[in-house]
Design a protein around this ligand. Structure first.
Ligand code: AMP
Ligand code: ZN
Length: 112
């Protein structure tokens, strides 16, 4: 999708600090980390966010969770939070589906 920041990162047009990559997904460190570990996992395919998940594209969500578990195991991260913001009020600033993975501090609950 034209002019989508995360599509450009997925295509390598804009550089990122890569954590994991395969043909379907990319994981990279958040530019403004909110915890000692804070990376984002995105599908390479453009999906605007959680509210655009359908029967046709939902498989990528399960795959992203597989990838998150694999990265966490490899990094020895035993406890983490996975967050996806959808829509302005929830705090979504980039309209391309992404999952925040946060770890390395007491994250507190409920979120602010
Ligand atoms: P959200 O606010 O949930 O849409 O999350 C977007 C996230 O993308 C924020 O945590 C930003 O810090 C992060 N972000 C924005 N631009 C970049 C970038 N160029 N590289 C890495 N992370 C970014
Ligand atoms: Zn996109």
């Amino acid at each position: 999708m034209e002019n989508c920041l995360f599509c450009k990162i997925a295509a390598g047009i804009i550089p990122s600090s890569k954590v994991y990559e395969d043909e379907r997904v990319l994981a990279f460190n958040d530019i403004d980390p909110q915890a000692p570990t804070h990376f984002l996992v995105i599908p390479k395919e453009h999906i605007t966010g959680a509210g655009a998940i359908t029967e046709e594209n939902s498989g990528i969500v399960a795959y992203i969770f597989e990838v998150i578990a694999k990265i966490a195991k490899e990094k020895g991260i035993e406890s983490y939070r996975v967050v996806t913001n959808y829509g302005e009020e929830a705090g979504q600033t980039v309209p391309h589906l992404h999952f925040h993975v946060l770890a390395g501090r007491n994250l507190g609950w409920p979120p602010g």
